[in-house]
Design a protein around this ligand. Structure first.
Ligand SMILES: *[C@@H]1O[C@H](CO)[C@@H](O)[C@H](O)[C@H]1NC(C)=O
Ligand SMILES: *[C@@H]1O[C@H](CO)[C@@H](O)[C@H](O)[C@H]1NC(C)=O
Ligand SMILES: *[C@@H]1O[C@H](CO)[C@@H](O)[C@H](O)[C@H]1NC(C)=O
Ligand SMILES: *[C@@H]1O[C@H](CO)[C@@H](O)[C@H](O)[C@H]1NC(C)=O
Ligand SMILES: *[C@@H]1O[C@H](CO)[C@@H](O)[C@H](O)[C@H]1NC(C)=O
Ligand SMILES: *[C@@H]1O[C@H](CO)[C@@H](O)[C@H](O)[C@H]1NC(C)=O
Ligand SMILES: *[C@@H]1O[C@H](CO)[C@@H](O)[C@H](O)[C@H]1NC(C)=O
Ligand SMILES: *[C@@H]1O[C@H](CO)[C@@H](O)[C@H](O)[C@H]1NC(C)=O
Length: 421
């Protein structure tokens, strides 16, 4: 019986597939990858309790300053790292997305277990549903989840996608977003200024149905860098409306609001940095001079070109442009949030443009750090906006994976029949 072995293999494979599909309760986007390359990505994280900025940062083992700048929070606020962020606040967590076992994920986060932790409390509460108890169990080869030692070091695999740093051929960074009970795909698309079609394409969805706990990849327009691949910050991508700190805290690069050209300048907390001056010029990184002449505007700029061997690489460029550029604009900064505005959660999906840069929220680099929660913060970052989801909360029993499994079953049965004949 020469066919026997392949059939047994097929049955085994099929059972594995069936098991995989029935175990999956929530969906997430899986991006296969081949190289060991990595990219910048974001996690959408909702605080489960009041936490200091530094505590949130250590939960994900990231730089507290990077956490703040990714959320456009003013880092000049006194003692900002010890500022207490309110429970239920939605934050974008910047992470390094790498390729592990052929799949995009972030594995640089570790968690040390505390008394009364369980795998599901760590997954659902501490990490806000970004990981599941099953994934924690598998990643850490835990046989008996009921026995967790206190102080045990767990790897926390977190979902992320790179998709080549582009969306529809434009630079983009991907946010891994955990669907909340009141979300609808339309409201999410509106909140992140993208389209239903784009979200469905990115997440390979057949319908607009989403379920509580699903993890969506949401493309956010970003400013791409052009650093050489030997630079430590090669591939730096900064989402529209935010900042990134690089070159050992020496450089601060921002994106938006008028265009998606990355703009880097010395960081306010720059200490003991290598020279930030362009060679053979008096210009510092970020300086732009413009001179109107009869031929047009002679623009000279000193730009940042990456962090190489502990050195800030700069380049001077001159160009003749039809018009002189206006002063550089910066994404609006917000004070460290102290409260979560509930109102926005229950209002219809905001039109993004109307919320940002309103008269009370100047698009300047320095917004005084008041103790209040600025109006500009919630729309872009708010966890949820309710009414829209209620309106389109159609029930869905369609889960792509089981559908795939039944197709496979059908093919498999056909194969068996043809082999048997
Ligand atoms: C991202 O992670 C990969 C693999 O773990 C590592 O090689 C790379 O240096 C990291 N990149 C950054 C910017 O931390
Ligand atoms: C990835 O993006 C770069 C530009 O950033 C582009 O040149 C390249 O073709 C893209 N590759 C794929 C596989 O899409
Ligand atoms: C970037 O964000 C600003 C608001 O901060 C918005 O006006 C602009 O349209 C966004 N750009 C893109 C390409 O999404
Ligand atoms: C800078 O000036 C020096 C001499 O002053 C010259 O040798 C060098 O080529 C110049 N470098 C650049 C990049 O223009
Ligand atoms: C150049 O940039 C530095 C640092 O950002 C700034 O202090 C200085 O005023 C700028 N000079 C010019 C001529 O723009
Ligand atoms: C533009 O300005 C630079 C420096 O100020 C100068 O070296 C260059 O000759 C000027 N170019 C034109 C076309 O005026
Ligand atoms: C960085 O430094 C190492 C040794 O110091 C050197 O071999 C390497 O060529 C340098 N890389 C670049 C890009 O300058
Ligand atoms: C959704 O399902 C629930 C029970 O599962 C049912 O009561 C409700 O009518 C359904 N709604 C729609 C829009 O089908």
């Amino acid at each position: 019986m020469p066919f026997q072995k392949p059939i047994l293999h097929a049955i085994f494979l099929f059972l594995l597939l069936l098991q995989a599909s029935t175990n999956v309760s929530s969906k997430s986007t899986i991006e296969p990858c081949a190289n060991s390359d990595s990219c910048n990505a974001l996690l959408g994280y909702t605080l489960y309790t009041d936490l200091k900025v530094s505590e949130v940062a250590s939960l994900f083992q990231i730089d507290p300053i990077a956490l703040l700048t990714a959320n456009a929070v003013d880092i000049s606020y006194p003692d900002v790292e010890h500022h207490i962020l309110p429970s239920h606040l939605f934050l974008k967590i910047p992470i390094n997305c790498s390729c592990v076992d052929g799949i995009r994920k972030s594995v640089s986060t570790h968690y040390r277990t505390r008394p009364s932790d369980s795998l599901s409390s760590i997954a659902d509460s501490v990490y806000g549903g970004l990981v599941s108890a099953d994934q924690l169990r598998e990643a850490n080869s835990i046989d008996d989840p009921s026995v967790l030692d206190v102080g045990q070091d767990l790897v926390v695999p977190l979902p992320c996608t790179c998709f080549n740093g582009t969306d529809n051929s434009l630079p983009a960074i991907y946010l891994s977003y955990v669907v909340q009970p009141i979300d609808s795909l339309a409201a999410i698309a509106a909140r992140y200024s993208t389209t239903l079609t784009d979200l469905m394409d990115v997440n390979a969805m057949g319908t607009t149905a989403i379920n509580d706990g699903d993890i969506l990849a949401i493309p956010i327009p970003a400013c791409a860098s052009n650093f050489p691949n030997y630079a430590a910050d090669y591939g730096l991508l900064v989402p529209n409306g935010s900042y990134a700190i690089t070159a050992s805290h020496c450089m601060q690069c921002s994106c938006g609001p008028q265009n998606l050209n990355l703009y880097c300048m010395p960081a306010s907390l720059a200490v003991s940095c290598s020279s930030m001056q362009c060679k053979n010029s008096s210009l510092m990184v970020g300086n732009v001079t413009a001179q109107q002449s009869s031929a047009g505007c002679n623009v000279t700029s000193c730009s940042y070109d990456g962090f190489v061997n502990g050195t800030i690489v700069t380049s001077l460029s001159a160009s003749l442009q039809p018009r002189c550029p206006g002063p550089q604009q910066f994404p609006a900064l917000v004070a460290p949030p102290t409260t979560v505005t509930r109102i926005s959660e229950f209002s219809p999906a905001p039109s993004p443009q109307s919320d940002l840069g309103g008269p009370t929220n100047p698009k300047s680099s320095v917004v005084p750090a008041t103790g209040s929660f600025p109006a500009g913060f919630t729309p872009a970052n708010g966890p949820s906006s309710g009414l829209a989801s209620g309106a389109s909360g159609a029930n869905s029993t369609l889960n792509p994976l089981p559908a795939l499994t039944s197709t496979l079953l059908f093919l498999f049965v056909k194969l068996l029949i043809s082999v048997a004949l």
